[in-house]
Write a protein that binds this ligand. Structure first.
Ligand code: AMP
Length: 214
């Protein structure tokens, strides 16, 4: 099964994707994570993407579509994929169709998480993750049970994304409205879009996604 999770920054795509990975063995394909890894490693793609990401703008379609193609090639044929943060533009949506067809895959569901943008700013500026295992936390909603210690792996190191500040978040949301939201009609026409209330409790959002994919 191949699923796109769609929604503005902070809608909970990454968190929900991680849960589906843990429960059903999907592979999470997050172009944001891939780009951050490239920036950290200092690869040519990373060097090109760094400033664009820090400004909250979109990296070029060709770069992200190439990353997605490579990751899909590394998957076992039967393993499901969750696209998190991709596609983000109409050319990326077209590229994804080509990429999937070439690999004998098809898109089963596009799940949009509907959210209140102002509430998202609080959510995003509060979020941080374990530097070891990637478990997500939030200053306002979910702190580690033992302060300073990751619930999942026991690490004491945490990190925040450099683009999770209010000014950049506003730019990222504007990019979503201008370039990503307009791709929904492409998928609506195929009858594969579901809308889920992304402001609901995390477990309820997961249950709603499970109801769609079962
Ligand atoms: P994310 O982790 O999905 O919020 O992505 C973080 C940043 O990476 C975005 O603000 C963009 O600069 C870049 N990025 C991630 N995915 C894409 C994509 N599909 N197309 C273009 N830029 C992307």
């Amino acid at each position: 099964m191949n699923i796109i999770l769609l929604g503005p920054p902070g809608a909970g795509k990454g968190t929900q994707a991680q849960r589906l990975v843990d429960r059903y063995g999907f592979k999470q394909l997050s172009t944001g994570d891939m780009l951050r890894a490239a920036v950290k490693a200092g690869t040519p793609v990373g060097l090109q993407a760094k400033a664009v990401m820090e400004a909250g703008q979109l990296v070029s379609d060709d770069i992200v579509s190439a990353l997605i193609g490579d990751e899909l090639d590394a998957l076992a044929p039967g393993q499901g994929a969750i696209f998190d943060g991709y596609p983000r533009t109409a050319p990326q949506a077209e590229a994804l169709d080509v990429i999937l067809t070439a690999r004998g895959r098809k898109l089963d569901h596009v799940i949009e998480l509907d959210v209140d943008e102002d509430a998202l700013v609080e959510r995003i500026t509060g979020r941080f993750t374990c530097a070891q295992c990637g478990k997500g936390y939030n200053d306002h909603f979910e702190l580690p049970k033992v302060p300073g210690t990751c619930d999942k792996c026991g690490s004491h190191e945490f990190k925040r994304r450099p683009d999770d500040n209010e000014a950049t978040v506003r730019t990222r949301m504007a990019e979503y409205r201008a370039k990503t939201a307009p791709i929904l009609p492409i998928y609506n026409a195929r009858g594969i879009v579901s809308h889920i209330d992304g402001m609901a409790a995390m477990d309820d959002v997961t249950a709603a996604i499970e109801a769609v994919i079962k």
